[in-house]
Design a protein around this ligand. Structure first.
Ligand code: SF4
Length: 306
């Protein structure tokens, strides 16, 4: 796949994109003898994916939801109201993950780079994370390099334990493969993945379908409105994103209000998460250290006596 192909497909009409989803999923199901399920998060993207597949391809296909323990109550309620959804859970609580591995901050990619720069024994890898590889990629953004010396750890591992591992376990036990509602436009990682595999991947270690890859957020809302399908009411409450309630990925972006929303709407949950610690530093203190705008932030960067 090439970038121009993605741009071209992203310019298709909604009808063409729906046809594309039907074609991609039908091909996936045929090649895998119908051994597939929909990875359902209760968010708008997987809601659209589920609707298209059950409406046009297979009305009985199973959906699977991973209740990470970090889901908005509105999302869990919406998922419970959706038919034929299996709930799975992680084996470990987010509190233990943060304690052991660190806070998920900035982005999955940057968290991984910061963790590696701080803990790797490989000088080569550390140099790549600090200065980039030959073509300049793979390095920590200048503005976040100070986190290598933070008195707490930053890590991307949370996603692995709360989401990837439970789904991997389900796939192994059920023999079913996932159909996932991610879009290439969402992040660089997802774009690169699409360039590598296209909308269906049959690689031995990664059998999965990504039929919404060429969609955009506008297409998702256009589909919801045109078909008038039910969606989680959290989107009507000034929340830009669903997914985990308390996640530091993207929380530095100007205008992000996730922590304000949580504090205003669910003070107990907000306080519970803000008290979680790594290396004795609370989530609240870590956000303050990073200079993130959140309800309890002050303008001064927090000082630690280490
Ligand atoms: S999205 Fe954030 S909080 Fe949720 S599992 Fe991934 S890292 Fe953890």
């Amino acid at each position: 796949m090439i970038y121009e192909e993605l741009k071209y497909r992203q310019s298709w009409t909604l009808e063409q994109k729906i046809d594309h989803v039907v074609g991609v999923v039908s091909d996936f199901l045929t090649r895998l003898n119908n051994k597939a399920y929909i990875s359902f998060s209760g968010g708008k993207d997987s809601t659209v994916l589920l609707d298209i597949i059950r409406r046009f391809v297979n009305k009985d296909i199973l959906a699977v939801f991973c209740n990470t323990g970090n889901e908005y109550p509105e999302v869990v309620k919406f998922v419970r109201q959706t038919e034929n959804v299996k709930f799975i859970r992680p084996e470990i609580h987010i509190k233990q993950i943060i304690e052991k591995y660190g806070f998920p901050l900035i982005s999955k990619e940057q968290s991984q780079y910061i963790r590696q720069a701080k803990h790797t024994n490989s000088e080569k890898l550390r140099n790549i994370r600090l200065y980039g590889s030959i073509n300049g990629i793979g390095k920590i953004a200048e503005r976040w390099k100070f986190l290598i010396n933070a008195p707490f750890d930053v890590s991307e591992k949370c996603c692995y334990f709360l989401k990837k591992k439970p789904f991997d376990k389900f796939c192994k036990e059920s023999g079913l493969y996932p159909i996932i509602g991610t879009m290439a436009s969402e992040s660089r990682l997802r774009f690169q993945k699409w360039l590598k595999t296209g909308c269906n991947s049959f690689e031995t270690n990664l059998i999965a379908s990504y039929p919404l890859s060429i969609w955009t957020e506008n297409d998702i809302w256009a589909y919801i409105r045109r078909l008038n399908i039910p969606y989680c009411n959290i989107y009507d409450k000034d929340v830009a994103r669903t997914g985990c309630m308390v996640c530091g990925f993207g929380c530095h972006i100007k205008g992000d209000r996730r922590f304000y929303f949580l504090k205003e709407n669910n003070l107990k949950i907000y306080e519970h998460f803000m008290k979680m610690t790594n290396n004795g530093i609370s989530y609240k203190e870590a956000l303050q250290y990073c200079g993130i705008d959140f309800p309890d932030s002050t303008n001064k960067q927090m000082k630690f006596n280490f």
